[in-house]
Ligand binder design. Structure first.
Ligand SMILES: Nc1nc2c(ncn2[C@@H]2O[C@H](COP(=O)(O)OP(=O)(O)OP(=O)(O)O)[C@@H](O)[C@H]2O)c(=O)[nH]1
Ligand SMILES: O=C(O)[C@H](O)COP(=O)(O)O
Length: 237
């Protein structure tokens, strides 16, 4: 019996995560941010999309334990060898278990939106196909492959175009879905500035999750009307 779409969440060790934020966040804050993003992602899929099985790919025993607490299956990689390798391992795993498709979502999307995910999961897929959701920096922030291993994974710089080309060269039908929330992941100091702007724009009614992430990136609980949190962080001895 062919199963439907497996949700795949690749997660690398929290201590090695968010290195591009190294200029503005101390190591403990980066690790705490990565953990918060991961836990929030697992909780989101368990609560909002419980009908989909969940697979976490990781080399970390800590993340293995965390994932199982959210009733996710865990695929342990011997050591982290990059996102494309993690995605390939997941595709082999899901194909072997009879999943018709896999949706890979990184664990660092700032604001996961149920309507967007349901639009993505409900998009028509006539046979082999690829759905690509670009990140604001040209990366790939969600990739739905049907069957799971329908094309090679090419994560990295401007990977959404690389995935489009890979599908085109193989004659695999593909669609690019530009989804506002899914575009935004927390990778760089500029992304933190965007988060700051989003929280300030919403003033008192910013989505709670965004405020929690914003607070994690600041030195203390600042009201949205105060200075940029990481500026405060930078000036704190
Ligand atoms: N299992 C696994 N997940 C990975 C690996 N590399 C990245 N990821 C995950 O893939 C998603 C996107 O990761 P990146 O943005 O490339 O890495 P990051 O740790 O978030 O940030 P940087 O350290 O700045 O690159 C996140 O959920 C990462 O945890 C890997 O080698 N193995
Ligand atoms: O497209 C990619 O490589 C992944 O989404 C990771 O991209 P990022 O490093 O911009 O998060």
């Amino acid at each position: 019996m062919s199963l439907d779409t497996l949700i795949v969440i690749p997660v690398k060790d929290f201590g090695e995560a968010k290195s591009r934020l190294g200029q503005v966040l101390a190591p403990d804050r980066r690790s705490a941010l990565a953990r918060r993003l991961c836990e929030r992602t697992l909780a989101f899929f368990r609560e909002r999309l419980p009908e989909h099985d969940l697979l976490v790919v990781t080399a970390s025993p800590v993340i293995d334990d965390l994932a199982r607490r959210y009733d996710a299956a865990v695929l342990r990689e011997p050591r982290p060898r990059g996102l494309s390798t993690a995605a390939t391992l997941a595709a082999e795993w899901s194909r072997r278990r009879g999943y018709a498709a896999q949706l890979l979502v990184p664990a660092d999307i700032a604001h996961l939106d149920e309507a967007e995910l349901r639009e993505l999961l409900g998009a028509p897929r006539p046979g082999p196909s690829v759905l690509i959701c670009p990140a604001s920096d040209g990366g790939t922030n969600a990739l739905l492959t049907s069957p799971p291993d329908v094309l090679p994974f090419c994560f990295g710089e401007r990977s959404s175009e690389a995935h489009r080309q890979a599908a085109h060269q193989r004659g695999v039908p593909y669609r690019i879905l530009d989804l506002d929330h899914l575009r935004f992941d927390l990778d760089t100091p500029e992304d933190l500035d965007t988060l700051d702007t989003l929280v300030r724009q919403h003033s008192g009614d910013a989505p709670q999750e965004l405020v929690k992430l914003w607070n994690l990136c600041s030195t203390r609980h600042l009201s949205p009307s105060s200075m940029t949190p990481w500026a405060a962080w930078l000036t704190t001895p």
